[in-house]
Design a protein around this ligand. Structure first.
Ligand code: FES
Length: 104
């Protein structure tokens, strides 16, 4: 399990104990934190859009060309935007702090 700090769409902060091996999208969805993950992690929906609050250089997987293309089409995309379905939960995420992006 890896502890991740999450701010939901209502601005409420949560400490999420995420199961290692899940994608971050699945952990957020199972934790009831407003992430739909409608495409099941196939980079087709954008409903797992998050903003990473703290620098996690070298800790997060690099953004692929497909992820970047989908993020570019989403509203509220920021330089720190990611798709949670593309981030595997594991010890490398310890200390990660994220905000669930607005649902537009
Ligand atoms: S779950 Fe659909 S893009 Fe991440």
């Amino acid at each position: 399990m890896t502890l991740i700090q999450v701010t939901d769409r209502d601005g409420t902060r949560h400490s999420l104990d995420a199961p290692d091996g899940d994608s971050l999208m699945v952990a957020l969805r199972n934790g009831g934190l407003s992430v739909e993950g409608l495409c099941g992690g196939n980079m087709a929906c954008g409903t797992c859009h998050i903003h990473v609050l703290n620098a996690m250089e070298g800790q997060l997987p690099l953004v692929s060309a497909d992820e970047a293309a989908l993020l570019a089409d989403l509203p509220d995309t920021m330089p720190q935007s990611r798709l949670a379905c593309q981030i595997p939960v594991g010890p490398a995420l310890t200390g990660l702090s994220i905000v669930v992006a607005p649902d537009d």
